[in-house]
Design a protein around this ligand. Sequence first.
Ligand code: SF4
Length: 297
Amino acid sequence: MSRSSVLHKARLEPEQQDTGTTRFKVFTQRDLGKIAQLQRLPEQIRFDMQVVSSVLPFRVNTYVIEQLIDWSRVPEDPIYQLTFPQRDMLEPAMFERMATAIREQWPRERVQKLAAELRAELNPHPAGQLQMNIPVDDSGAPLTGLQHKYRETVLFFPSQGQTCHSYCTFCFRWAQFVGDKSLRMASTEAHRLQDYLVQHPEVSDLLITGGDPMVMKTKYLVEYLEPLLQPRFDHIQTIRIGTKALSFWPQRFVSDADADDLIGLLARLVRAGKHVAIMAHYNHCRATSVLISRQWL
Ligand code: SF4
């Protein structure tokens, strides 16, 4: 089976079908005025969106805008609801504080200060993620970007993967995306991950998570994962990759510039006996465009 043949386009009319060669382009809060489809919505909805996205992160790509959202059904459209900020995402009092700042056109620094205060009130790490289950090295220093929550499983948060192709309005990891390093779990240090895994033969599963690790260039995934083919990592049997790319940027697996390299990497891991598990995140049945399996690799 070829890769392009598993790109399902059932929802689209033939003339609308994606060619699989779309270039990745995202819009964030400062680009809200550039999304043509939004300009047709009532001014109140657009204002609410501006207020909420001043506190909570917003990011959407062209594939979601052009092919997943049915704009004739907005605001009820489910993919729109799952992607674009809405008033009820903030408590009324919190919403009003930021709305006042926007209406009165406060200077940028003052708005950012208010946003930081409101985020702190939202309890960005309700389960104590920044303190709990963080392993330490031989000197007792915390291994930032790792979590060892279950005996057999280590979570790794690569810094290049701490964003997503498009953000969900319900995201429980939003603190990773607001540009505040004090709120973020992330590591660029592949060798610290590897050293830790070597010292912990009880670990059989590595979960690469984010954000979305599939936003990373393949060269970074190679840097983190290829060393696991060495015999000293034989105890790492399962490599789990948590991703929403299958449904919100399927081009990652078929037509991105390094898509072939990505599939090659996954294939090498599988052929070496690793169980590569794509922990696919699906928000809605409308966004189910690509199927991928080990057999295919
Ligand atoms: S895919 Fe996960 S981490 Fe990314 S925005 Fe959605 S819920 Fe958050």
